[in-house]
Design a protein around this ligand. Structure first.
Ligand code: ATP
Ligand code: MG
Length: 418
């Protein structure tokens, strides 16, 4: 991070030496003023893209966003990359997603094309001076997310900005300017025009952000829940307290990842079969979808784990997601005011067992059934599962006993068939 910053200073110096204006721009200026470590540094300059490449050499640069005048400059080891963008205005936005074209322009116009005042700042790292054309410094001081210019126009240009506003509220724990909020409320249905991929990227950050609870309240209040996740809407008397509980769970979870956070919000609000199609619609990966579905499905299975057959609990405990399930279930139990947490402690104890005790090798394999003369088929899975259950519950304790059990079962099955 320190190397990255030094490199970002160096990039500005090189551009200045070549006679150009150059500033840090956007998120990194905001983060620096907030005392946060910027994820990456962006530089804005009046040098044209080709001039930027000249200055830093064609071998260290890469024209990623050529159409927008963005050049990536590779730093030395550990310093990452920096995007150097020529000051520009974005024109046209006829699709509500991308500018039709850009024209290179001045620092002031470049600030005005940005989304929110807090993101519209420049910083001169040589003179150590902030350049503010949009009132961003004051809004950072007051912790406000405010659209630059007319919010209606700015959201009509690029509808994703509406969702970015909520995400920034959640990530920075800022409040939303009322005029900006009013515009979003009016235009929120247009968020549908944005690609599901870009929406998902924002949701993934919103759900895990430090201000995720406030963020989701705002998400609902502005109408995003109706448009993007109508299935989760707490639109009845019984569902309202579930939504409230779920937000408390979400807030109490320590550093949840996205699937855990989403499961916390969705639990008890969607029908079991409904969840996977929602995840698919939002273009979540199979891995993320599977994890969410599994967490919601089993979230209630651990409270009384110590009173249930081991064969039902053990498969949960050997899941790679068991620690997330435990955290979610226990957090929910606590938020519900449950004071008997014995089931969770019991699970944790078992999770400390050595692997061969927690998950002993199977007594039988498919080959064993084959050797007994059973023709392969779906019945294999069923029998092996039944043997596994009996093994875990202590009914079958040896391979011999298991083989005998299967033989008896086959005889009785044949008996039925005869
Ligand atoms: P972070 O990287 O922490 O999400 P950021 O502010 O750096 O925050 P980016 O998406 O990386 O956000 O964008 C960099 C800058 O580009 C922003 O600070 C903003 O000035 C501008 N920007 C990004 N997306 C938009 C948009 N949709 N409309 C207008 N300006 C945007
Ligand atoms: Mg950024």
């Amino acid at each position: 991070p320190k190397k990255q910053r030094e490199f970002a200073v160096w990039v500005v110096k090189q551009l200045r030496k070549a006679g150009f204006i150059a500033y840090w721009a956007g998120g990194c200026v905001r983060d620096q003023l907030l005392g946060r470590t910027p994820k990456d540094y962006d530089v804005a300059t009046n040098a044209l893209p080709e001039q930027v490449r000249e200055i830093f050499g064609h071998r260290r640069t890469f024209a990623v966003g050529a159409a927008f005048g963005v050049i990536t400059v590779n730093g030395p080891k550990g310093a990452g990359q920096i995007e150097v963008a020529t000051f520009r205005s974005d024109l046209g936005y006829s699709d509500g997603r991308h500018p039709d074209r850009v024209v290179f322009s001045s620092p002031r116009e470049d600030a005005l094309r940005r989304d929110f005042t807090i993101n519209g700042l420049f910083y001169d790292p040589i003179e150590e001076r902030v350049i503010d054309y949009v009132g961003g410094v004051e809004d950072i001081r007051q912790r406000i997310i405010r659209a630059i210019g007319d919010p209606y126009q700015r959201f009509a240009e690029d509808k994703l900005r509406m969702l970015r506003a909520v995400r920034f509220v959640a990530e920075l724990q800022f409040t939303l300017d009322p005029h900006t909020a009013a515009a979003i409320r009016d235009l929120v249905h247009q968020i549908r025009e944005v690609s599901q991929e870009r929406i998902l990227m924002e949701l993934e950050r919103l759900f895990v952000a430090p201000g995720r609870v406030e963020g989701l309240r705002l998400f609902r209040e502005l109408g995003f829940l109706d448009v993007l996740l109508p299935e989760l809407k707490p639109d009845t008397q019984e569902r309202e307290p579930v939504w409230a509980l779920n937000l408390r769970i979400l807030g109490a979870l320590p550093d949840p990842d996205f699937p855990v956070a989403f499961a916390a919000v969705a639990r008890k609000l969607v029908q079991p079969g409904e969840l996977s199609p929602i995840c698919k619609r939002l273009r979540m990966s199979n891995q993320v979808t599977d994890k969410i579905v599994w967490l919601v499905e089993h979230e209630g299975d651990l409270d009384r784990a110590h009173l249930r057959p081991w064969s039902e609990v053990q498969p949960l405990l050997i899941s790679p997601w068991i620690h997330d399930l435990l955290k979610l279930a226990e957090t929910r139990a606590i938020q519900e005011g449950q004071n008997d947490l014995a089931g969770f402690e019991w699970c944790r104890e078992r999770l400390r067992w050595p692997p061969e005790k927690l998950n002993p090798p199977f007594l039988l394999k498919g080959d064993d059934l084959h050797a007994l003369g059973l023709p392969p088929g779906p019945i294999y899975r069923e029998i092996l599962q039944e043997v596994r259950r009996a093994q875990l519950d202590g009914v079958l304790q040896s391979r011999e006993a298991a083989l005998e059990w299967v033989q008896r079962k086959l005889k009785s099955m044949n008996g039925v068939g005869e």
